[in-house]
Design a protein around this ligand. Structure first.
Ligand code: C2O
Ligand code: CU
Length: 392
């Protein structure tokens, strides 16, 4: 835990503020902090043995960077499986001038809950299973919303006639969540912190590391569930309760018209990403798949990190990465240090669907250093599904 809290304390700053966080490692093992989604300078990106030496037990390290652009982010350990032991917390960088109006907001961190020591599925016993095997998900004891199990959900108080902003963070380690709010439509306003043209949906799906901000209009008094289901597990959904002040009886739930789930193709960034128009200067074609060897590995183009070649780019290039998923399971792929364009959206994490799903991302190589590009399923990352993007 950070500061004895789970999730860790909310860090909230204004866009452009200099954020300085001193981390004292009271664990018996090494650690780091990564500022997921924020294009920080390379030395404070928190990737052990890539951007810094891991912080030894008893040591202190200070991360200092300018918090920009505004957005919904989170911070987490980037060592081993510590993220799945609860080393995570929300980081909110507020707009100086919000482009969406709202009366109040809540941060909603969803997570998969593993009380015990996480373990990587070992090669022995499971090796050689071939394509049949699909994926191995840890034995989660439940799904959490702001650190609470569904039996004890947090309450989000609202008043009738408000616009309420909800900042959803998928801080899970191996879970794709489907999110809905009973009795209310959601207007998606930001994807991975970046503003999008508002789009109205009944539900959205997000993978580990993704964030969505939505606004709801509180026009339907009562007590309503916010629900986050594991699409790849069968734990009871994580929940919160939206509770209207002075709620009357609560009207019956609106008959939901044909369900309207957010698709990436619905997302249109409000401003375009610089440096990625026209043809790319460099293209990588990468397959995502299970390793073929005896041991449990996940690979990018047949290589399992750290025994993997860096993806070399030059400063200022427009870089394209085309991914093809040769496995049956989804991979939420995350790029450090940069936003990328995917379709008409600007994001930093994107789901590549299973069974030959293909996704193309474009980014501008405008932040020199060595940056991890990896699957945000922690068990896939730990089993090799990563590359370093290296400026040369
Ligand atoms: Cu949340 Cu390497 O990332
Ligand atoms: Cu993966």
């Amino acid at each position: 835990m950070y500061e004895g809290q789970f999730p860790g304390p909310e860090l909230r700053v204004q866009e452009g503020d200099v954020l300085s966080v001193e981390l004292t490692n009271d664990l018996q093992e090494e650690t780091t902090i990564h500022w997921h989604g924020v294009p920080v300078p390379n030395p404070v990106d928190g990737v052990p043995n890539v951007t810094q030496e891991p912080i030894a037990s008893g040591e202190t390290f200070t991360y200092t960077f300018r918090a920009e652009p505004a957005g919904t982010y989170f911070y987490h350990s980037h060592v081993g499986l510590q993220l799945d032991r609860g080393l995570l917390g929300p980081l909110i960088v507020e707009e100086r001038e919000p482009h969406v109006e709202y009366d109040r907001e809540y941060v909603v961190v969803v997570d998969d809950y593993l009380p015990g020591e996480p373990e990587l599925p070992s090669g022995g016993g499971r090796g050689g299973g071939g394509g049949m095997m699909g994926d191995v998900r840890p034995p989660y004891e439940g799904l959490l919303l702001n650190g609470r199990l569904p039996a004890d959900p947090p309450t989000f108080g609202v008043a009738e006639g408000e616009r309420v902003r909800l900042r959803f963070v998928n801080a899970g380690s191996a879970t794709v969540f489907g999110v809905r709010i009973a009795g209310h439509e959601m207007t998606v306003t930001h994807a991975d912190g970046r503003p999008v043209e508002p789009v109205d949906v009944d539900s959205f799906v997000f993978g580990a590391g993704e964030r969505y901000d939505v606004v709801i209009e509180t026009t339907n008094p009562g007590t309503w569930a916010v629900q986050a289901d594991a699409l790849d597990g069968n734990e009871p959904p994580a929940r919160a309760v939206v509770e209207y002040e002075s709620a009357g009886g609560g009207s019956p739930q609106r008959p939901s018209s044909a369900s309207n789930r957010l698709q990436y193709g619905d997302l249109r960034a409000i401003s375009s990403l610089d440096g990625v128009s026209g043809d790319p200067d460099r293209t990588f074609d990468l397959t995502l798949s299970r390793g073929r060897g005896q041991s449990y590995t996940w690979t990018i183009d047949g290589q399992a990190y750290p025994d993997a070649d860096p993806l070399q780019v030059r400063p200022d290039e427009h870089v394209r990465i085309r991914m093809t998923n040769q496995s049956p399971v989804v991979h939420p792929m995350h790029l450090h240090g940069h936003f990328f364009q995917v379709g008409n959206a600007i994001k930093d994490t994107v789901i590549v669907p299973g069974h030959r799903g293909q996704v193309t991302i474009d980014f501008h190589a405008d932040n020199p250093g060595r940056w991890l590009f990896h699957c945000h399923n922690l068990y896939h990352l730990d089993a090799g599904m990563a590359r370093v993007v290296k400026y040369v």
